[in-house]
Design a protein around this ligand. Structure first.
Ligand code: ADP
Length: 269
């Protein structure tokens, strides 16, 4: 298949998608997958009549099956393409993790194979007649995967990016690269989310900054680069545990300051 034919196939397959959000981060471990899963769950819970789809193209470290609580599910091929795995009636997920024989399998693929897999994901998954939001979890950095997905998604309406970071200087430096990547590839940036900003003690409710030296770093960077700061999410150990167990954190821990922060962020989307 030539590149043009694939782009046409992707365009045809994704014509039912109304909005696409790609979630980016400069570094691994900043909470990108956690954010993706909570964004999807919050959007799905907000409107039971909506259809929310999550595509995990972090081909070397797919974590969506675990955080969405569908670790042992498998995707099936039907006449209309690959069927995603349903987490809820209006929330479905497709991840390379579903194609591995064991979650511990290392995925060491070269660029062209990764690109081929992403192209297949984009052109062959049957997400349904209408998709209100397709949320794409990407690997950290600005690698082959990003470039190939951008190449295929350029034709779509309402393609936007969210960049997740921690307040740390090293993470913020990489965020600048992500923002530069979005600008060079003409992807509008919805905003930056600062994760793990603080820790709020569940007993005394006092908030402590996790990286005190960098307090306000994301705000300053966003102001300098003229991108919105969508919000700051505090650390909550229950969030880490809930993600490990594939739980529905927002629903189970509605009292958490992290839940409040997520709901506020989603209200801006
Ligand atoms: P990434 O996708 O950027 O590599 P993850 O979303 O996998 O990062 O998050 C890394 C780890 O940090 C996970 O164990 C996750 O549960 C945890 N984590 C992320 N955000 C928070 C938070 N706000 N509070 C507590 N734990 C968090």
């Amino acid at each position: 298949l030539g590149p043009d034919l694939s782009a046409e196939q992707v365009k045809a397959r994704l014509s039912s998608v109304k909005n696409t959000i790609i979630v980016l981060s400069g570094k691994g471990g900043v909470g990108k997958s956690t954010f993706t899963s909570l964004l999807a769950r919050t959007l799905a819970a907000k409107d039971a009549n909506s259809n929310i789809a999550v595509l995990d193209i972090d081909v070397c470290g797919p974590s969506m099956p675990r955080v969405m609580g569908v670790l042992n599910e498998q995707v099936h091929q039907s006449g209309s393409g690959w069927s995603p795995v349903f987490v809820d009636d209006n929330l479905s997920v497709m991840s390379v993790g579903f194609l591995l024989s064991s979650p511990d399998d290392a995925v060491i693929w070269r660029g062209p194979k990764k690109t081929g897999m992403i192209r297949q994901f984009l052109s062959e998954v049957d997400w349904g007649d209408t998709v209100d939001f397709l949320i794409i979890d990407t690997p950290p950095g600005t690698s082959d995967e990003h470039l190939s997905i951008v190449q295929y998604l350029k034709c779509m309406n309402n393609l936007q990016a969210i960049v997740v970071t921690t307040p740390q200087e090293v993470a913020l430096l990489d965020v600048r690269k992500e923002i530069d990547f979005c600008r060079k590839t003409s992807i509008p940036i919805l905003g930056v989310v600062e994760n793990m900003t603080s820790f709020i003690c569940s007993n005394c409710k006092q908030s402590s900054e996790i990286f005190p030296k960098n307090t306000g770093g994301a705000e300053a960077m966003c102001a300098e680069l003229n991108v919105p700061l969508l919000g700051k999410v505090p650390l909550d150990p229950r969030l880490a545990q809930s993600c490990d167990e594939g739980g529905n954190f927002i629903q189970e821990f509605s009292d958490s300051p992290a839940t409040t922060a997520f709901i506020e962020i989603v209200s801006k989307i």
